[in-house]
Design a protein around this ligand. Structure first.
Ligand code: C2E
Ligand code: CA
Ligand code: CA
Length: 430
Protein backbone atom coordinates (compact mmCIF):
# COMPACT_ATOMS: atom_id res chain seq x y z
CA UNK A 1 0.00 0.00 0.00
CA UNK A 2 1.95 2.92 -1.21
CA UNK A 3 -0.39 5.78 -1.40
CA UNK A 4 -3.24 7.07 0.69
CA UNK A 5 -5.61 6.18 -2.10
CA UNK A 6 -4.41 2.55 -1.99
CA UNK A 7 -5.03 2.46 1.72
CA UNK A 8 -8.53 3.86 1.38
CA UNK A 9 -9.30 1.31 -1.32
CA UNK A 10 -7.88 -1.52 0.78
CA UNK A 11 -10.05 -0.67 3.77
CA UNK A 12 -13.13 -0.21 1.61
CA UNK A 13 -12.86 -3.88 0.65
CA UNK A 14 -11.19 -5.49 3.65
CA UNK A 15 -11.87 -6.19 7.27
CA UNK A 16 -9.41 -4.59 9.67
CA UNK A 17 -9.37 -7.33 12.30
CA UNK A 18 -8.88 -10.44 10.19
CA UNK A 19 -7.50 -9.05 6.94
CA UNK A 20 -10.21 -10.92 5.02
CA UNK A 21 -12.55 -9.27 2.52
CA UNK A 22 -15.49 -7.39 3.97
CA UNK A 23 -18.97 -7.78 2.45
CA UNK A 24 -18.33 -5.34 -0.41
CA UNK A 25 -14.92 -6.85 -1.17
CA UNK A 26 -16.24 -10.41 -1.09
CA UNK A 27 -19.17 -9.58 -3.32
CA UNK A 28 -16.99 -7.84 -5.84
CA UNK A 29 -14.36 -10.65 -5.99
CA UNK A 30 -17.00 -13.37 -6.33
CA UNK A 31 -18.77 -11.44 -9.08
CA UNK A 32 -15.49 -11.11 -10.92
CA UNK A 33 -14.78 -14.84 -10.83
CA UNK A 34 -18.33 -15.78 -11.81
CA UNK A 35 -18.35 -13.30 -14.68
CA UNK A 36 -14.90 -14.25 -15.97
CA UNK A 37 -16.37 -17.38 -17.49
CA UNK A 38 -12.96 -18.90 -18.23
CA UNK A 39 -14.41 -22.37 -17.92
CA UNK A 40 -18.20 -22.15 -18.02
CA UNK A 41 -18.65 -25.70 -16.72
CA UNK A 42 -17.00 -25.04 -13.38
CA UNK A 43 -19.35 -25.14 -10.42
CA UNK A 44 -18.92 -23.02 -7.32
CA UNK A 45 -20.00 -23.09 -3.70
CA UNK A 46 -20.61 -20.37 -1.13
CA UNK A 47 -20.28 -21.05 2.59
CA UNK A 48 -21.59 -18.81 5.31
CA UNK A 49 -20.67 -19.69 8.85
CA UNK A 50 -20.64 -18.40 12.36
CA UNK A 51 -19.40 -19.48 15.73
CA UNK A 52 -22.01 -20.91 18.04
CA UNK A 53 -22.58 -18.80 21.13
CA UNK A 54 -19.86 -16.35 20.14
CA UNK A 55 -21.45 -13.75 22.40
CA UNK A 56 -20.83 -16.09 25.30
CA UNK A 57 -17.11 -16.36 24.47
CA UNK A 58 -16.92 -12.56 24.49
CA UNK A 59 -18.79 -12.33 27.77
CA UNK A 60 -16.95 -15.10 29.57
CA UNK A 61 -13.40 -14.60 28.31
CA UNK A 62 -13.42 -10.94 27.27
CA UNK A 63 -13.21 -9.14 23.93
CA UNK A 64 -9.50 -9.83 23.45
CA UNK A 65 -10.14 -13.56 23.50
CA UNK A 66 -13.18 -13.03 21.27
CA UNK A 67 -10.99 -11.23 18.73
CA UNK A 68 -8.41 -14.00 18.92
CA UNK A 69 -11.08 -16.57 18.00
CA UNK A 70 -12.16 -14.41 15.05
CA UNK A 71 -8.58 -14.05 13.86
CA UNK A 72 -8.25 -17.81 14.00
CA UNK A 73 -10.78 -18.21 11.17
CA UNK A 74 -8.42 -17.44 8.25
CA UNK A 75 -5.94 -19.95 9.70
CA UNK A 76 -8.63 -22.58 9.96
CA UNK A 77 -9.38 -22.21 6.27
CA UNK A 78 -5.72 -22.31 5.32
CA UNK A 79 -5.49 -25.66 7.10
CA UNK A 80 -8.36 -26.95 5.05
CA UNK A 81 -6.30 -26.42 1.97
CA UNK A 82 -9.05 -25.36 -0.38
CA UNK A 83 -7.50 -24.07 -3.59
CA UNK A 84 -8.26 -20.48 -4.62
CA UNK A 85 -10.69 -19.90 -1.79
CA UNK A 86 -12.04 -16.37 -1.37
CA UNK A 87 -12.70 -15.58 2.27
CA UNK A 88 -14.67 -12.76 3.83
CA UNK A 89 -15.98 -11.52 7.17
CA UNK A 90 -19.45 -10.02 6.96
CA UNK A 91 -19.78 -8.75 10.51
CA UNK A 92 -19.13 -9.92 14.06
CA UNK A 93 -18.61 -13.70 13.89
CA UNK A 94 -20.20 -14.18 10.46
CA UNK A 95 -17.86 -15.33 7.71
CA UNK A 96 -18.16 -16.36 4.07
CA UNK A 97 -16.12 -18.45 1.68
CA UNK A 98 -16.30 -19.06 -2.08
CA UNK A 99 -14.54 -21.85 -3.95
CA UNK A 100 -14.84 -24.32 -6.76
CA UNK A 101 -17.20 -27.06 -5.60
CA UNK A 102 -14.97 -29.88 -6.87
CA UNK A 103 -12.11 -28.84 -4.58
CA UNK A 104 -13.81 -29.61 -1.31
CA UNK A 105 -16.79 -31.83 -0.56
CA UNK A 106 -19.24 -31.17 2.25
CA UNK A 107 -18.34 -34.54 3.79
CA UNK A 108 -14.71 -33.44 4.00
CA UNK A 109 -15.81 -30.15 5.52
CA UNK A 110 -17.94 -31.92 8.10
CA UNK A 111 -15.05 -34.21 8.99
CA UNK A 112 -12.62 -31.34 9.30
CA UNK A 113 -14.86 -29.39 11.63
CA UNK A 114 -15.35 -32.23 14.09
CA UNK A 115 -13.35 -31.53 17.23
CA UNK A 116 -11.93 -28.20 16.05
CA UNK A 117 -11.41 -27.39 19.71
CA UNK A 118 -9.11 -30.36 20.30
CA UNK A 119 -7.42 -30.25 16.92
CA UNK A 120 -6.29 -26.67 17.38
CA UNK A 121 -5.73 -26.86 21.13
CA UNK A 122 -8.24 -24.08 21.76
CA UNK A 123 -8.80 -23.19 25.36
CA UNK A 124 -12.57 -23.34 25.18
CA UNK A 125 -15.23 -25.07 23.15
CA UNK A 126 -15.71 -23.62 19.67
CA UNK A 127 -18.37 -24.93 17.34
CA UNK A 128 -18.66 -23.67 13.79
CA UNK A 129 -21.96 -23.90 11.94
CA UNK A 130 -21.70 -23.74 8.17
CA UNK A 131 -24.49 -23.18 5.65
CA UNK A 132 -23.60 -24.41 2.17
CA UNK A 133 -25.02 -22.95 -1.04
CA UNK A 134 -24.13 -24.66 -4.29
CA UNK A 135 -24.49 -22.01 -6.97
CA UNK A 136 -26.96 -22.93 -9.70
CA UNK A 137 -27.14 -19.71 -11.61
CA UNK A 138 -24.01 -17.62 -11.80
CA UNK A 139 -26.03 -14.47 -12.36
CA UNK A 140 -27.89 -14.67 -9.05
CA UNK A 141 -27.15 -11.76 -6.74
CA UNK A 142 -24.22 -12.69 -4.47
CA UNK A 143 -26.02 -11.39 -1.37
CA UNK A 144 -28.95 -13.65 -2.19
CA UNK A 145 -26.54 -16.61 -2.38
CA UNK A 146 -25.17 -15.65 1.03
CA UNK A 147 -28.70 -15.43 2.42
CA UNK A 148 -29.48 -18.92 1.12
CA UNK A 149 -26.34 -20.29 2.80
CA UNK A 150 -27.49 -18.56 5.97
CA UNK A 151 -30.93 -20.20 5.80
CA UNK A 152 -29.16 -23.57 5.63
CA UNK A 153 -26.93 -22.67 8.59
CA UNK A 154 -29.96 -21.77 10.71
CA UNK A 155 -31.34 -25.29 10.35
CA UNK A 156 -28.34 -26.69 12.29
CA UNK A 157 -29.37 -24.98 15.52
CA UNK A 158 -29.30 -27.19 18.57
CA UNK A 159 -27.32 -30.09 17.12
CA UNK A 160 -24.03 -30.87 18.86
CA UNK A 161 -22.68 -33.07 16.12
CA UNK A 162 -23.76 -31.52 12.83
CA UNK A 163 -21.66 -28.69 11.42
CA UNK A 164 -22.88 -28.27 7.84
CA UNK A 165 -26.19 -28.04 6.07
CA UNK A 166 -26.71 -27.70 2.33
CA UNK A 167 -29.35 -25.23 1.21
CA UNK A 168 -32.48 -26.68 -0.37
CA UNK A 169 -35.56 -24.92 -1.72
CA UNK A 170 -37.66 -26.67 0.99
CA UNK A 171 -35.58 -24.94 3.66
CA UNK A 172 -36.46 -21.57 2.17
CA UNK A 173 -40.13 -22.49 1.92
CA UNK A 174 -40.14 -23.62 5.52
CA UNK A 175 -38.62 -20.35 6.62
CA UNK A 176 -41.14 -18.33 4.65
CA UNK A 177 -43.90 -20.48 6.15
CA UNK A 178 -42.60 -19.78 9.67
CA UNK A 179 -42.53 -16.06 8.94
CA UNK A 180 -46.09 -16.04 7.56
CA UNK A 181 -47.30 -18.01 10.60
CA UNK A 182 -45.66 -15.65 13.08
CA UNK A 183 -46.79 -12.51 11.26
CA UNK A 184 -50.40 -13.66 11.05
CA UNK A 185 -50.90 -14.89 14.63
CA UNK A 186 -52.08 -11.62 16.14
CA UNK A 187 -54.78 -11.08 13.51
CA UNK A 188 -55.76 -14.75 13.68
CA UNK A 189 -56.42 -14.50 17.42
CA UNK A 190 -58.55 -11.40 16.88
CA UNK A 191 -60.50 -13.00 14.05
CA UNK A 192 -60.90 -16.23 16.02
CA UNK A 193 -59.21 -18.30 13.33
CA UNK A 194 -57.74 -20.57 16.01
CA UNK A 195 -60.25 -23.23 16.89
CA UNK A 196 -60.35 -25.37 19.98
CA UNK A 197 -60.61 -29.12 19.59
CA UNK A 198 -61.12 -31.51 22.46
CA UNK A 199 -59.92 -35.10 22.75
CA UNK A 200 -61.54 -37.22 25.45
CA UNK A 201 -59.60 -39.08 28.12
CA UNK A 202 -61.49 -42.27 28.97
CA UNK A 203 -61.60 -44.45 32.07
CA UNK A 204 -60.42 -47.91 30.98
CA UNK A 205 -62.63 -49.74 33.47
CA UNK A 206 -65.92 -47.84 33.46
CA UNK A 207 -65.49 -46.67 29.81
CA UNK A 208 -66.73 -43.27 30.96
CA UNK A 209 -65.20 -39.95 30.09
CA UNK A 210 -62.87 -38.37 32.65
CA UNK A 211 -61.95 -35.20 30.84
CA UNK A 212 -60.38 -33.93 27.66
CA UNK A 213 -57.20 -32.39 26.35
CA UNK A 214 -57.52 -28.96 24.74
CA UNK A 215 -55.78 -28.82 21.35
CA UNK A 216 -55.56 -26.04 18.78
CA UNK A 217 -56.40 -26.04 15.10
CA UNK A 218 -55.86 -23.01 12.87
CA UNK A 219 -58.24 -22.09 10.09
CA UNK A 220 -55.65 -19.95 8.36
CA UNK A 221 -56.93 -17.28 5.96
CA UNK A 222 -54.27 -18.11 3.33
CA UNK A 223 -53.02 -21.57 4.21
CA UNK A 224 -56.27 -23.33 5.03
CA UNK A 225 -56.79 -25.76 7.91
CA UNK A 226 -53.60 -26.29 9.91
CA UNK A 227 -52.68 -28.90 12.52
CA UNK A 228 -50.46 -27.84 15.44
CA UNK A 229 -47.44 -29.57 13.90
CA UNK A 230 -47.26 -26.85 11.25
CA UNK A 231 -47.62 -23.82 13.52
CA UNK A 232 -46.62 -24.67 17.13
CA UNK A 233 -42.90 -25.18 16.33
CA UNK A 234 -42.78 -21.82 14.46
CA UNK A 235 -44.35 -20.03 17.43
CA UNK A 236 -42.09 -21.81 19.90
CA UNK A 237 -38.99 -20.48 18.18
CA UNK A 238 -39.85 -16.84 18.84
CA UNK A 239 -41.93 -17.04 22.00
CA UNK A 240 -45.22 -16.11 20.29
CA UNK A 241 -46.52 -19.42 21.61
CA UNK A 242 -47.22 -17.58 24.88
CA UNK A 243 -49.95 -15.55 23.19
CA UNK A 244 -51.51 -18.70 21.79
CA UNK A 245 -51.31 -20.45 25.16
CA UNK A 246 -53.08 -17.62 27.01
CA UNK A 247 -55.74 -17.48 24.32
CA UNK A 248 -56.33 -21.24 24.56
CA UNK A 249 -56.49 -21.15 28.38
CA UNK A 250 -59.17 -18.50 28.25
CA UNK A 251 -61.15 -20.50 25.69
CA UNK A 252 -60.83 -23.56 27.94
CA UNK A 253 -62.27 -21.59 30.88
CA UNK A 254 -65.12 -20.34 28.74
CA UNK A 255 -65.93 -23.88 27.67
CA UNK A 256 -65.88 -25.08 31.29
CA UNK A 257 -68.28 -22.30 32.24
CA UNK A 258 -70.77 -22.75 29.42
CA UNK A 259 -74.17 -24.23 30.14
CA UNK A 260 -73.54 -27.76 28.83
CA UNK A 261 -70.20 -28.29 30.53
CA UNK A 262 -71.45 -26.75 33.79
CA UNK A 263 -73.89 -29.62 34.04
CA UNK A 264 -70.91 -32.00 34.06
CA UNK A 265 -68.55 -30.83 36.78
CA UNK A 266 -66.84 -34.25 36.69
CA UNK A 267 -65.36 -33.49 33.24
CA UNK A 268 -61.99 -31.75 33.46
CA UNK A 269 -60.00 -29.98 30.74
CA UNK A 270 -56.23 -30.05 30.42
CA UNK A 271 -54.33 -27.35 28.54
CA UNK A 272 -50.76 -27.40 27.24
CA UNK A 273 -48.25 -25.00 28.74
CA UNK A 274 -45.19 -24.04 26.70
CA UNK A 275 -41.70 -23.72 28.11
CA UNK A 276 -41.64 -19.99 27.33
CA UNK A 277 -44.60 -19.11 29.47
CA UNK A 278 -43.33 -21.27 32.32
CA UNK A 279 -39.98 -19.53 32.23
CA UNK A 280 -41.36 -16.05 31.86
CA UNK A 281 -43.42 -16.38 35.02
CA UNK A 282 -46.86 -14.86 35.39
CA UNK A 283 -48.60 -18.09 34.39
CA UNK A 284 -50.01 -18.62 37.88
CA UNK A 285 -51.44 -15.12 38.04
CA UNK A 286 -53.02 -15.44 34.58
CA UNK A 287 -54.62 -18.77 35.42
CA UNK A 288 -55.87 -17.58 38.81
CA UNK A 289 -57.53 -14.56 37.19
CA UNK A 290 -59.15 -16.71 34.53
CA UNK A 291 -60.51 -19.20 37.04
CA UNK A 292 -61.92 -16.33 39.12
CA UNK A 293 -63.43 -14.54 36.15
CA UNK A 294 -65.19 -17.65 34.85
CA UNK A 295 -65.97 -19.14 38.28
CA UNK A 296 -64.15 -22.39 37.59
CA UNK A 297 -63.07 -24.78 40.34
CA UNK A 298 -59.29 -25.31 40.03
CA UNK A 299 -59.80 -29.06 40.08
CA UNK A 300 -61.46 -28.84 36.64
CA UNK A 301 -58.52 -27.10 35.00
CA UNK A 302 -55.31 -29.09 34.48
CA UNK A 303 -51.98 -28.20 32.99
CA UNK A 304 -49.84 -30.41 30.74
CA UNK A 305 -46.14 -29.75 30.64
CA UNK A 306 -44.14 -31.63 28.08
CA UNK A 307 -41.22 -33.58 29.43
CA UNK A 308 -38.52 -31.79 27.44
CA UNK A 309 -39.53 -28.52 29.14
CA UNK A 310 -37.95 -29.77 32.34
CA UNK A 311 -34.49 -29.94 30.79
CA UNK A 312 -32.30 -27.44 32.61
CA UNK A 313 -35.22 -27.05 34.96
CA UNK A 314 -34.77 -23.80 36.85
CA UNK A 315 -36.03 -23.07 40.34
CA UNK A 316 -38.47 -20.62 38.69
CA UNK A 317 -40.10 -23.45 36.78
CA UNK A 318 -40.26 -25.63 39.88
CA UNK A 319 -41.81 -22.82 41.89
CA UNK A 320 -44.46 -22.19 39.25
CA UNK A 321 -45.39 -25.85 39.23
CA UNK A 322 -45.60 -25.87 43.02
CA UNK A 323 -47.72 -22.71 43.09
CA UNK A 324 -50.15 -24.16 40.57
CA UNK A 325 -50.46 -27.33 42.66
CA UNK A 326 -50.97 -25.23 45.80
CA UNK A 327 -54.06 -23.64 44.31
CA UNK A 328 -55.40 -27.05 43.39
CA UNK A 329 -54.40 -27.35 39.74
CA UNK A 330 -53.16 -30.78 38.72
CA UNK A 331 -49.94 -30.99 36.71
CA UNK A 332 -49.62 -33.63 34.01
CA UNK A 333 -46.21 -34.67 32.82
CA UNK A 334 -46.73 -34.86 29.06
CA UNK A 335 -44.89 -37.12 26.58
CA UNK A 336 -43.26 -39.15 29.35
CA UNK A 337 -40.23 -41.10 28.18
CA UNK A 338 -39.20 -38.83 25.30
CA UNK A 339 -36.84 -36.48 27.17
CA UNK A 340 -33.30 -37.12 28.30
CA UNK A 341 -33.94 -37.26 32.01
CA UNK A 342 -37.39 -38.64 32.63
CA UNK A 343 -36.47 -40.25 35.93
CA UNK A 344 -34.51 -37.25 37.14
CA UNK A 345 -37.60 -35.08 36.61
CA UNK A 346 -39.78 -37.55 38.48
CA UNK A 347 -37.30 -37.58 41.34
CA UNK A 348 -37.18 -33.80 41.66
CA UNK A 349 -40.63 -32.51 40.83
CA UNK A 350 -43.83 -33.77 42.41
CA UNK A 351 -46.61 -33.99 39.82
CA UNK A 352 -50.08 -35.43 39.66
CA UNK A 353 -50.29 -37.42 36.49
CA UNK A 354 -47.98 -39.09 34.02
CA UNK A 355 -48.91 -39.26 30.34
CA UNK A 356 -47.07 -42.15 28.71
CA UNK A 357 -45.93 -41.01 25.29
CA UNK A 358 -47.56 -42.28 22.14
CA UNK A 359 -44.27 -43.77 20.92
CA UNK A 360 -44.28 -46.36 23.73
CA UNK A 361 -47.98 -47.09 23.40
CA UNK A 362 -47.87 -47.64 19.64
CA UNK A 363 -45.10 -50.22 19.97
CA UNK A 364 -46.31 -51.92 23.08
CA UNK A 365 -47.59 -55.04 21.33
CA UNK A 366 -44.62 -55.53 19.05
CA UNK A 367 -41.61 -54.24 20.93
CA UNK A 368 -40.74 -56.11 24.10
CA UNK A 369 -38.56 -53.27 25.42
CA UNK A 370 -41.40 -50.72 25.19
CA UNK A 371 -43.64 -53.22 26.94
CA UNK A 372 -41.18 -53.85 29.79
CA UNK A 373 -40.62 -50.12 30.33
CA UNK A 374 -44.33 -49.30 30.46
CA UNK A 375 -44.99 -52.30 32.68
CA UNK A 376 -42.55 -50.94 35.26
CA UNK A 377 -43.29 -47.24 34.86
CA UNK A 378 -46.96 -47.68 35.78
CA UNK A 379 -46.47 -49.11 39.32
CA UNK A 380 -43.59 -46.73 39.90
CA UNK A 381 -45.71 -43.69 39.01
CA UNK A 382 -48.52 -44.99 41.19
CA UNK A 383 -46.19 -45.36 44.14
CA UNK A 384 -45.14 -41.77 43.56
CA UNK A 385 -48.80 -40.83 43.97
CA UNK A 386 -49.49 -40.17 40.30
CA UNK A 387 -52.30 -41.26 38.04
CA UNK A 388 -51.51 -42.50 34.52
CA UNK A 389 -52.87 -41.71 31.07
CA UNK A 390 -51.67 -43.66 28.05
CA UNK A 391 -51.59 -41.48 24.95
CA UNK A 392 -52.26 -42.52 21.37
CA UNK A 393 -54.19 -45.72 22.09
CA UNK A 394 -55.58 -46.88 18.76
CA UNK A 395 -56.56 -50.52 19.24
CA UNK A 396 -58.53 -52.62 21.70
CA UNK A 397 -55.51 -54.90 22.17
CA UNK A 398 -53.34 -51.97 23.22
CA UNK A 399 -56.00 -50.88 25.68
CA UNK A 400 -56.40 -54.41 27.04
CA UNK A 401 -52.70 -54.79 27.70
CA UNK A 402 -52.40 -51.33 29.28
CA UNK A 403 -55.39 -52.01 31.53
CA UNK A 404 -53.84 -55.30 32.62
CA UNK A 405 -50.71 -53.37 33.52
CA UNK A 406 -52.74 -51.07 35.78
CA UNK A 407 -53.27 -48.06 33.50
CA UNK A 408 -56.59 -46.46 34.39
CA UNK A 409 -57.02 -43.88 31.64
CA UNK A 410 -56.41 -43.70 27.90
CA UNK A 411 -56.55 -41.02 25.24
CA UNK A 412 -56.48 -41.98 21.59
CA UNK A 413 -58.20 -42.68 18.31
CA UNK A 414 -59.65 -45.89 19.73
CA UNK A 415 -62.25 -43.72 21.46
CA UNK A 416 -62.05 -40.39 19.65
CA UNK A 417 -59.86 -38.09 17.62
CA UNK A 418 -59.73 -34.46 18.76
CA UNK A 419 -63.14 -33.00 17.83
CA UNK A 420 -64.68 -29.49 17.76
CA UNK A 421 -66.27 -28.25 20.97
CA UNK A 422 -69.89 -28.41 19.77
CA UNK A 423 -69.41 -32.06 18.71
CA UNK A 424 -67.76 -32.89 22.04
CA UNK A 425 -70.59 -31.32 24.01
CA UNK A 426 -73.24 -33.06 21.93
CA UNK A 427 -71.64 -36.43 22.56
CA UNK A 428 -70.35 -36.18 26.10
CA UNK A 429 -72.40 -33.47 27.85
CA UNK A 430 -75.96 -34.61 27.41
P1 C2E B 1 -49.66 -33.60 22.57
O1 C2E B 1 -49.87 -32.69 23.73
O2 C2E B 1 -48.85 -34.84 22.81
O3 C2E B 1 -51.13 -33.98 22.06
C1 C2E B 1 -51.50 -35.23 21.62
C2 C2E B 1 -51.37 -35.34 20.13
O4 C2E B 1 -51.50 -36.72 19.77
C3 C2E B 1 -52.48 -34.59 19.38
O5 C2E B 1 -51.92 -34.12 18.16
C4 C2E B 1 -53.46 -35.70 19.07
O6 C2E B 1 -54.26 -35.45 17.95
C5 C2E B 1 -52.52 -36.88 18.82
N1 C2E B 1 -53.18 -38.15 19.07
C6 C2E B 1 -54.05 -38.43 20.06
N2 C2E B 1 -54.44 -39.70 20.00
C7 C2E B 1 -53.79 -40.25 18.96
C8 C2E B 1 -53.78 -41.57 18.38
O7 C2E B 1 -54.46 -42.50 18.82
N3 C2E B 1 -52.97 -41.78 17.30
C9 C2E B 1 -52.21 -40.77 16.79
N4 C2E B 1 -51.44 -41.05 15.70
N5 C2E B 1 -52.19 -39.52 17.29
C10 C2E B 1 -52.98 -39.27 18.37
P2 C2E B 1 -52.15 -32.62 17.71
O8 C2E B 1 -53.49 -32.15 18.06
O9 C2E B 1 -51.72 -32.59 16.28
O10 C2E B 1 -51.11 -31.83 18.61
C11 C2E B 1 -49.75 -32.00 18.46
C12 C2E B 1 -49.00 -31.30 19.57
O11 C2E B 1 -49.11 -29.89 19.46
C13 C2E B 1 -49.56 -31.61 20.95
O12 C2E B 1 -49.00 -32.81 21.35
C14 C2E B 1 -49.09 -30.43 21.77
O13 C2E B 1 -47.76 -30.63 22.22
C15 C2E B 1 -49.07 -29.32 20.76
N6 C2E B 1 -50.25 -28.46 20.92
C16 C2E B 1 -51.47 -28.58 20.37
N7 C2E B 1 -52.26 -27.54 20.73
C17 C2E B 1 -51.49 -26.74 21.54
C18 C2E B 1 -51.73 -25.51 22.25
O14 C2E B 1 -52.81 -24.92 22.22
N8 C2E B 1 -50.68 -24.98 22.98
C19 C2E B 1 -49.47 -25.61 23.04
N9 C2E B 1 -48.50 -25.08 23.77
N10 C2E B 1 -49.23 -26.76 22.40
C20 C2E B 1 -50.23 -27.33 21.66
CA1 CA C 1 -50.40 -32.47 25.67
CA1 CA D 1 -48.45 -35.86 24.62
Amino acid sequence: MNTNADRVKYFAYHDGLTGLYNRAGFESRVKEVLASNISPNKRYTILRWNIEDFKLINEMFGRVEGDRVLQFMPRLFQEMNIADVILGRLESDHFVAFYETAYYSVDKLEQFLTDVTDKFHLEHYVKIKIGVYNIENKETDVNHMIDCANIAAMTIKGSRTCHCAIFTEEMRQEMVHAEVISASLEAALEREEIEIYLQPVMDTRTKKILGAEVLSRWNHSEKGFLFPGSFIPCLEKNGLIMKLDRYVWEKACRILSDAKMSRHPEITLSVNMSRHILQEGGAVKTIKELLDRYHIAPSRFKVEITESTYMNCTTGIMETIQELRNIGIAILMDDFGTGFSSLEVLRKIPMDCLKIDISFVQNILTDIRSKIIVEHVIPMAKELGMTIIAEGVETKDQEKLLTAMGCEAVQGYLYEKPIPVYEFEEKYCK
